[in-house]
Design a protein around this ligand. Structure first.
Ligand code: ARG
Ligand code: ZN
Length: 840
């Protein structure tokens, strides 16, 4: 059934304390709950529970026989204060959905967001019901953890107390044979905190970077936001079977092991950066999510958008702000613009859903963060700081809404944010177009905005768009530094007088708003910006647009690329000064982005033509700049591996050069690098080139022999093959891999590695014969009965179907139909498939 934001009603009880006692056993865990309720409004007691074997229920010690209605238990006529007690039995071993209490490699662990707690016991499983928890765990596992502070530990028993009231989705329990990597942190007010990263025996040597990242996060949140940690211990646990990246349970963060474990030999620079970012993200949730939580799940972006924004700021401070911004823009375009342009489009704050787990999306997370970035730009750094201080002050301990958030900014800055709120409530990416006129030293910029209809929303009034611009004179000098234009109308003009010569507009500096841009600009003007813009994002974007236009021309039967090729000479000359930036400029737009842009301009993308066009341009560039590329490739070695911005920047440039050079040397350099590299970044980079070059057999065998026993590294092995295989071989390769006994498809990391490896191979997945669609549908149907959440998430590979030709669309629709008609299909997958079919 569909849930609506408009239907939210306050819960008629509050909870003074929740006491839980667990007797852990793989097949039959007993959970005893005692919940002290106090009435705050009229109504029955309604509790949520799914798949529970109820042993007993009592009120104030007297057994009662509740009514069971679907997945709820109802008790009418209750007094103003009472203790509800229940005993239930659950089966963690049978829990393959990884929601609630489950087993991962023999370890008990939990995932309760969004609605996992109802799989553990009867409870008001909604985020606006908050309580302090006292948890007793009985188990023969050596390490027993829950939220908050440890109260007592004895043989086979541990008691934990979390004094901070929290909703059930932040509950966590872990029991297993674990080893800690430990450290300590002294908070700004002098409180001592014990820090532990818990891993399996043998993995202790791989948790150091996670611990360093945690300490950096704790210090950063004190310095940047004045936020201090609030318990005597902070635990992080790495688990191998996990549906998402990580979870911010109070005082007991649980992580997908791929976001904790890293060594130079087994993790790439990208892995290290993600570990630092996600450790930060979950830690920052302690204030933005836990101390201040969401009133209901429609408000998810209240905590996620803000926490992503905070983790982005953290990474920019720890590494390179320019590189981080460009990475974030690339991710936003690749995932969120794609979502916003298709059948799954929804606002950052949706107003209805069937399955909330389907709304942990790029729109809620990444666009949610962009919206905060715009707000900060509009009110300024000081206004932002004042507003955030007020937010923490006013709402600590509460479950809040987007309206509360906006009100804080209005009260702190005196600004009317009525129009701004549309960014939260309206779906779709605004299209911003610019036309310019120039006469007698005056430049007039005429902007227009419009938003295409999205499912359920046809009329889209104008939004406030902060447009940061600069002006660059024809000689390359900046004649106007960054200035923010506030566009509030559908059409609006801005004039600049007293200019000597006609400048080039550096538009949307820092990507100041999540919009697409249409403008008339010549290739020479783009080259000028690429060479001279003072804003690193806008500089990169100028080169990127130049390459994108060339690739689109070539993929649609025309010509292009000469200007980009010429402009790269300058990039290569300057490359040593900022290798990471040069690497970003060298990387051609991906095939998916080319397809998206062709579709946005009204065309029908041809995946094979796009693939061929990109390969051909790469070969041309390689031939033009062979000497410079080869010299840089040799220079950018990093004998002492450090996963920091500088080292990873050098390696990214080296690998960008390798990608070009491999077009000329047939993979000879990649072969040598694969054999010699001492770090996974270069080994994986080399392996990817060898696969593209069709010269991968020996390397793949060597890689497998070396890493057979390392799950996380073998995930890479499963991912790169379908990802880098030639389009015509990709599906066959994926099928072969899926038939292997070590394709442990019930493990979400392994499943995603192989399946998303294929769906990210644009021309391979969109094979004209529909074989990619069939393969995906087959595996989604198989996984759905085991793990609906992961299945549903991966349905989004189909969301772009509507942009392709009739033949592909028909084959894709048929595959989706087969999923839709499968008996027993989960609510998760059913909602996704229905929404996609409605728009494809
Ligand atoms: N709150 C977590 C995070 O962003 C994500 C957990 C979502 N889990 C889920 N099953 N939907 O860090
Ligand atoms: Zn989060």
């Amino acid at each position: 059934a569909t849930q609506y934001l408009a239907d939210w009603r306050p819960y008629p009880f509050e909870i003074a304390e929740t006491r839980l006692t667990f007797h852990l056993a793989p097949r039959a865990t007993r959970v005893l709950s005692q919940i002290d309720f106090r009435r705050t409004g009229a109504g029955d007691l309604v509790l949520d529970g799914v798949g529970l074997k109820t042993i007993s229920v009592s009120i104030g010690g007297q057994p009662v026989v509740p009514q069971y209605l679907g997945d709820t238990l109802v008790i009418p006529d209750l007094p103003d204060a009472f203790t509800f007690q229940a005993e239930v039995e659950i089966d963690p071993e049978a829990n393959t959905a990884l929601e609630g209490l489950y087993l991962s490699g023999g370890m008990f662990c939990t995932q309760c967001e969004a609605q996992g707690f109802r799989h553990i016991t009867w409870y008001p499983d909604r985020p606006d019901v908050m309580a302090p928890f006292r948890v007793t765990i009985h188990s023969d596992q050596p390490v027993l953890l829950s939220n908050g502070n440890p109260v007592s530990e004895g043989a086979g028993t541990a008691v934990w107390h979390d004094p901070w009231k929290k909703p059930a989705y932040l509950f966590a329990l872990v029991a297993g044979d674990l080893r800690a990597v430990s450290d300590r942190f002294t908070t700004m007010s002098g409180q001592d905190v014990a820090l532990n990263v818990w891993v399996r025996p043998g993995d202790e040597g791989r948790a150091g970077y996670a611990m360093e990242s945690l300490i950096r996060s704790m210090r950063w949140d004190e310095q940047a936001y004045g936020r201090e940690y609030d318990l005597s211990v902070f635990n992080i646990v790495a688990v191998d079977d996990f549906n998402m990246g990580a979870m911010e349970n109070k005082g007991l963060n649980i992580f997908n092991s791929k976001l904790v474990l890293a060594t130079a030999e087994t993790a790439t620079d990208g892995d290290y950066e993600r570990i630092e970012g996600v450790i930060g993200h979950e830690y920052f949730h302690n204030w933005t999510g836990n101390r201040i939580t969401c009133r209901d799940w429609f408000q998810l972006c209240l905590k996620e958008g803000l926490t992503v924004f905070r983790d982005q700021q953290f990474t920019s401070d720890m590494r390179s702000a320019a590189v981080k911004r460009i990475h974030d823009v690339q991710t936003l375009r690749a995932r969120q613009f794609r979502e916003d342009a298709g059948p799954l489009a929804h606002p950052p704050r949706p107003d209805h859903y069937q399955e909330i787990n389907n709304f942990y999306t790029a729109t809620v997370y990444e666009k949610g963060a962009e919206v905060i970035g715009m707000l900060k730009r509009l009110v300024g750094d000081d206004g932002y700081r004042t507003a955030l201080d007020l937010y923490f002050d006013r709402h600590d301990g509460q479950a809040c809404t987007i309206e509360d958030w906006i009100k804080v900014f209005e009260d702190a800055t005196g600004r009317d944010l009525t129009q701004f709120k549309r960014w939260y409530t309206d779906a779709g990416t605004p299209r911003l177009s610019l036309s310019e006129s120039w006469a007698d030293g005056t430049l007039v910029l005429d902007f227009a905005q419009d938003i295409a209809p999205t499912p359920g929303q046809t009329d889209k009034p104008a939004r406030v768009i902060p447009i940061a611009i600069g002006l660059i004179g024809p000689n390359g000098h900046e004649v106007l530094p960054t200035t923010v234009l506030e566009m509030t109308e559908s059409r609006q003009s801005f004039r600049f007088d007293g200019l000597g010569a006609r400048p080039v507009v550096s538009l949307l500096r820092g990507f100041s708003a999540p919009v697409t841009v249409t403008r008339e600009i010549t290739a020479d003007e783009q080259a000028l910006l690429l060479a001279h813009d003072t804003d690193p994002y806008a500089r990169w974007q100028a080169g990127h647009d130049l390459a994108l236009d060339a690739l689109i021309a070539r993929a649609t039967g025309g010509e292009g690329g000469a200007e980009f090729n010429r402009a790269l000479a300058g990039v290569l000359t300057d490359a040593k000064a900022d290798p990471a930036f040069a690497a970003l400029c060298l990387a051609l737009p991906g095939e998916e982005e080319i397809a998206t842009t062709i579709a946005a301009r009204g065309g029908v993308p041809d995946p094979d033509a796009i693939h061929a066009a990109r390969r051909a341009l790469m070969a041309e560039i390689a031939a033009s700049h062979e000497a410079a590329l080869a010299a840089l490739y040799d220079t950018m070695q990093t004998p002492n591996y450090q996963p920091d911005a500088e080292g990873s920047g050098r390696r990214s440039l080296r690998l960008a050069c390798l990608a070009y050079l491999s077009q000329l040397d047939g993979g000879a350099r990649a072969d040598a690098l694969f054999a010699a590299a001492g770090n996974m970044t270069e080994r994986q980079g080399a392996l990817e080139q060898l696969i593209s070059a069709g010269r991968d057999a020996d390397a793949l065998a060597a890689f497998e022999a070396e890493f057979r026993d390392n799950r996380l590294v073998m995930d890479k092995w499963f991912m790169v093959q379908p990802l880098r295989a030639a389009p015509r071989q990709a599906v066959a390769r994926a099928r072969e891999l899926a038939a292997r006994p070590d394709f442990e498809w019930k493990n979400p990391n392994r499943f995603r590695a192989l399946i998303a490896g294929l769906t990210s191979n644009h021309a391979g997945f969109h094979a004209a014969d529909g074989s990619g669609y069939d393969f995906l549908a087959e595996w989604l149907m198989k996984l759905d009965a085991v793990n609906p959440q992961t299945t549903a998430r991966m349905c989004s590979a189909f969301e772009t179907l509507g942009r392709y030709d009739a033949g592909r669309r028909a084959k894709g629709r048929a595959a989706l139909q087969r999923i839709a008609e499968m008996p027993g299909l989960s609510r998760n997958t059913s909602e996704m498939v229905t929404r996609i079919l409605a728009g494809a």
